[in-house]
Ligand binder design. Structure first.
Ligand SMILES: [Zn+2]
Length: 65
C-alpha cells in the first residue's frame, strides 16, 4: 500500500496525505428519524461525495475548484 496522492490543507498550510471519513449509516439513520427526514439530503451528500480528511490535523479538506 503506497499512497502518493496529496492535497493542500488550509489548516496545515501545506500538502498533506488524506483519507476519507467513513459514513456512520446507523448514526445518520438515527438523525434522519429524529429530524423527520430533514437530515436525509445531508446523509445522501455524505454517502455519494465523501469528504477528504487531512491525515495530519484531521480537518475536512474542501476542494475549491
Ligand atoms: Zn491539515
Amino acid at each position: 500500500m503506497h499512497q502518493e496522492k496529496t492535497v493542500h490543507c488550509d489548516t496545515c498550510g501545506k500538502q498533506v496525505s488524506y483519507h476519507f471519513n467513513p459514513v456512520n449509516h446507523w448514526k445518520n439513520l438515527f438523525i434522519t428519524i429524529l429530524t423527520f427526514g430533514i437530515w436525509l439530503p445531508m446523509w445522501l451528500i455524505m454517502t455519494f461525495s465523501p469528504t477528504k480528511m487531512c491525515d495530519e490535523c484531521n480537518e475536512p479538506i474542501w476542494d475549491n475548484k
